[in-house]
Design a protein around this ligand. Structure first.
Ligand SMILES: [Zn+2]
Length: 234
């Protein structure tokens, strides 16, 4: 469940879960969301006191991640900068080379380019790489969900994607589903949530109770994926 504490002028939001453990665990993730896991019998007050006592550390961690947050403009496209792919951070390594390429290599996003200082070119290469990856992963996940949701799919559906600023996905009355290419930076479970969400629109072109009931049937943990996605785009 979502909780917040006030620490000085800062509000810290966190996800609280309980588990069979002895001590309270605090994790701050690169997208700056905070997860607290508490032993089963801990009272909420005890949790809040503990989180307050660790607030300074949590804020420092968040600032640390924010300092190189991949979605915080402006991006510099230089070696060492981190960029996201399927929910994970990768460090850029720019190498001057006669042949241009973009490859993942043990935690690095290695970009070979003819001009190391040409940021526009590097940005373009990376953009194309994301697009290629999106083509592969979106189609695979789309097929997976087409099979899973076959009972509600009454007509032919198509998939397309483009870079969008304000939407993760769209679905029209003709069965055309559009995904935001930017989603390739998010964890797979978030991409799947958007696909399942849009496919439910094949049945209901609104966000009614019936819509959410359908979504819950096919994707029970959609709330978690949605909140992950919202925090991912800070
Ligand atoms: Zn919708």
């Amino acid at each position: 469940m979502k909780k917040t504490i006030q620490y000085g002028t800062t509000v810290i939001e966190f996800d609280l879960t309980y588990s069979d453990r002895k001590t309270l665990g605090i994790k701050v993730f690169p997208d700056t969301h905070v997860e607290i896991t508490a032993p089963l019998n801990t009272t909420e007050n005890a949790v809040i006191e503990k989180v307050k006592s660790k607030a300074n550390w949590i804020i420092k961690q968040k600032e640390f991640f924010l300092s190189f947050h991949p979605l915080t403009p402006p991006r510099k496209f230089i070696s060492g900068e981190t960029h996201l792919y399927l929910g994970k951070q990768y460090r850029l390594k720019i190498i001057e080379s006669k042949e241009e390429s973009v490859k993942l290599y043990s935690g690095y996003l290695v970009i070979r380019t003819t001009d190391k200082l040409n940021k526009k070119r590097i940005k373009h290469l990376l953009h194309n790489w994301y697009q290629q990856k999106a083509t592969i992963h979106f189609h695979t996940l789309f097929e997976k969900w087409t099979l899973a949701m076959l009972p509600i799919i009454q007509k032919e559906i198509t998939l397309s994607f483009k870079w969008m600023d304000t939407k993760w996905g769209m679905c029209n009355a003709h069965g055309k589903i559009t995904l935001n290419t930017e989603l390739i930076k998010a964890p797979k479970k978030c991409i799947e949530y958007v696909i399942a969400h849009e496919m439910c629109h094949l049945q209901y072109l609104n966000h009614s109770k019936s819509f959410y009931k359908l979504l819950t049937t096919y994707y029970p943990s959609w709330r978690e994926a949605k909140s992950r996605l919202e925090h991912f785009m800070v």
